[in-house]
Every structure is written in C-alpha cells, then in structure tokens.
Design a binder for this molecule. Structure first.
Ligand SMILES: *Cc1c(COP(=O)(O)O)cnc(C)c1O
Length: 409
C-alpha cells in the first residue's frame, strides 16, 4: 500500500499493520537475516496467543492480581480549577506495580515467552523502568533475565540497577558509543542473534521490527479500553481530547487506539522538547526529524545530512530516543494524531505544580503530557473533557529534580 493510498482509504485501525508490518510507509522489518526466523516465529506465536482464550484469561488474571489493573481514572480537581477551562482527568498508570505502564507489556511478553518454551529473557533499558518491569515479570514466572543497559545510564540510575538485581536479573553494562539506550538495544539484538533458540527479547516500547510495534501496542490497549468505560460511566460521554507523552509511543498508542475511530476525540502526542528545537538539544522527532531506518524500523528520526543519528536530550530519560514508533508517524500523516512538545523548563514547573495541587508526583515523562494538557485545558470551555495519561510515578525522578532545583537532600 502506498502512502498516498493510505491517506484516502477509510480508517480501519485493525487493518494495520499489513502482513509485512507496514503502517503505510512506516514500520517493516529491517534486521539481519539471522533474526528473520526469530521474528517470524514470534509473529506466529503471538498470532495464536492473541486468539487463545486461555492465554487471554491468564494475562487478564496476572494484570489484575500482580500488576494492579484496572487503574483509576482520577478527576484532577485542583489542576482543573487552576487552569480554569476543560475538566482534566488523569489515567493512573502510575499506580501499577513497578510504577509505570511498562508492566502491561513486560508481563504479557513474559507469558508469551513461557508459552513459546523460552526460558531465558533479554531486554534493553534506558532509565531502567522497562528493565525493572521485565525483571519483576521474570521473577514472577521463574525466567532467567538479562538486561542490557548503557554504562552511562547505569551510573545515572543506580537505584534501578539495584532493584533489577534484587529481583534476580543480571544487568550487563554496555560501554559502546554514548553508553545509553541505543547502544543497549544494539547489544540486546546481538545477544538475540546468538541465543535465539533459548531466548525471547522483550522489547520495551511500540518500536522495532514487526511484530513488536503491533504486539506492544496490543498489550497496552487495555489502557484505552478502561479509560473509555470509565469516562462514559463518569461523564456519560466520550472525552474531547486525549493527551499522552511519546517516547517510542507505547503508552500513547495504548490510550489512543480504542478511540481512533471516534471522530470527535482529538489526540495529542507530546514529545521531549529538551532545551528547545536545536540540533542535539531535544528528542522531538516530528519537530526536527525525517524519514530513515533505525534499529529495525523505518520511521521519523533525528539524523544529520549523512543519515547519522543525532544525539538527543531530554530531562526525562524515557523520552530521550532519536526515533518514534511507526504507527504514530502513520496517524500523524493522516492528521489523526497531532504532536506537540514540552521543554525541560515547562516540565520542571508542571512537575512541581502537579505534586502540589494533586498530591501526585508524576514521572518526568508523563509530565510532558501534563504540560500540554494544561495548555489545552486553558484553551477549552469548562464543559470540555480531557484525559491525560499519567504513564508513571515520579519517585524515580525526585533525586534528579532535587539536583536541578539545587535542593540538598
Ligand atoms: C518508558 C516510559 C515512557 C516512554 O515510553 P513510551 O513507549 O513512549 O510510552 C513514558 N512514561 C514512562 C513513565 C515511562 O517509564
């Protein structure tokens, strides 16, 4: 399907991706041949699992009992009053076990791996949130767990390294390049090529080669399914706007997917504006990026004239990646999902405001969505309704924030 065709075809969210993993001109499979078989095997196993009532019941059970689903949809009364416009609701993914939405996907993929007879799990992690979620899921199901993490990130996030180790995971530092997330993914892919028979790779966001963007999306769709039911029960109608932060794009597509075919629900993804839109100072792929291929996926990415990946910056490690999930690029072209960015300074202010007004310390990632949500609420009438995805809690960020605010702990 050409991109031009995709623009005009009627929207059917279930028709995507196609059999080759394409979302219009984005996505696909760009890996060495040695990984093709593994991806095909995974795709086939997932295809069976998603239709198997036993797997789905098992997943539902663990999401409830272990992860803590459903999560609340919470009316942010004082934040709403402060903005003076639309009603703001927060979808409380921060209340999940291990503190963020990532457990939805880690738990589901761990179950899938067990079903496939794979006893060894590998994962990449940036700030450590996906690593912690994966370590927890592996401990729960008795799976061996190896997490690749850039050596620089290990220093910055030593508490998460310790958490993973407490839960029995082996954390392997990666010394290549910038020693951050991108290098950790490279190392995980290298491991997977070598150990593909025994090992499943739990990728942490709606990114990479098919079937990952689709599969990870599906495992987070529960966010939007719950939110839709909850807002209908609470307000008797659908929301006017949905807002979520976008790193790879998993929490955002998880919230948005259920509403894609509701024409009156506007959706906004919020990227990391860092120090502003200057080369190397942000991670807003739609503000400064263009089409390219990175780590198995064709999408919007930040690159220089030669196609070398640009360095990125954000106060929040979870949004600090040069590429964005292919499904978001597709829906942006169609005008279905809109994108904005929040700068580090805006995020620091909203982080403190939300803590003070709501008694909720949000993850710095999620705070990007709060920044945009507050701007939108101010611009909308009081009878409008906004849902912000609170993708994670900010406990992991308080030391960093104290440092930025020059507060001695
Ligand atoms: C990892 C993370 C994100 C970014 O990942 P997505 O795949 O874009 O959702 C956002 N919020 C929190 C709390 C995270 O831990």
């Amino acid at each position: 399907m050409s991109i031009a065709h995709a623009h005009t075809a009627p929207l059917d969210r279930f028709s995507l991706p196609d059999a080759g993993g394409h979302f219009g001109g984005y996505g696909g499979v760009y890996v060495p041949e040695t990984l093709m078989t593994a991806l095909q095997e995974l795709g086939a196993a997932y295809d069976l699992a998603r239709k198997d009532p036993v797997f789905l019941a098992e997943l539902r059970h663990h999401l409830k009992e272990f992860a803590g689903r459903p999560t609340e949809l919470c009316f942010a009364e004082r934040l709403t009053e402060h903005c003076g416009g639309a009603k703001i609701y927060l979808k409380r993914e921060d209340l999940l076990h291990t503190g963020a939405h990532k457990i939805n996907n880690a738990l589901a993929q761990a179950l899938l791996a067990r079903r496939m007879g794979k006893k060894r799990i590998i994962a990449e992690t940036g700030a450590g949130q996906h690593g912690v979620a994966t370590a927890a899921a592996c401990a729960k199901f008795g799976l061996e767990c190896v997490v690749y993490m850039g050596a620089h990130d290990m220093e910055r996030q030593s508490l998460n390294v310790f958490r993973m180790r407490l839960m029995g995971a082996e954390v392997r530092g990666v010394e290549a390049g910038q020693k951050t997330l991108k290098e950790a993914i490279n190392e995980a892919m290298r491991d997977w090529v070598t150990n593909v028979r025994s090992t499943h790779y739990i990728l942490g966001t709606a990114y990479g080669s098919h079937p990952y963007p689709m599969m990870v999306r599906d495992f987070h769709r529960v966010i939007g399914q719950e939110a839709k039911e909850q807002i209908l029960a609470r307000e008797g109608r659908l929301p006017d706007e949905l807002i979520a932060c976008v790193g790879g794009g998993s929490n955002a597509i998880g919230l948005f997917f259920e509403f894609l075919e509701e024409p009156n629900v506007r959706m906004i993804g919020v990227e990391a504006g860092g120090h502003g839109i200057k080369r190397g100072e942000h991670a807003a792929r739609f503000a400064g990026g263009r089409l390219g291929v990175l780590q198995g996926c064709k999408t919007f990415l930040l690159q220089d004239a030669e196609g070398q990946i640009e360095s990125t910056h954000s106060v929040s490690a979870g949004l600090d990646y040069a590429a964005v999930g292919p499904e978001h690029a597709f829906y942006r072209d169609r005008g279905r999902i809109h994108f904005a960015y929040a700068t580090d300074d805006e995020v620091m202010a909203a982080f403190q405001l939300c803590s003070r007004l709501e008694g909720i310390i949000p993850a710095l990632e999620s705070t990007h969505a709060i920044v945009e949500g507050m701007k939108r609420a101010k611009a909308l009438a009081k009878d409008k309704v906004i849902i912000i995805n609170l993708s994670g809690r900010g406990d992991k960020d308080v030391q960093q924030v104290a440092k930025i605010l020059d507060v001695k702990l």
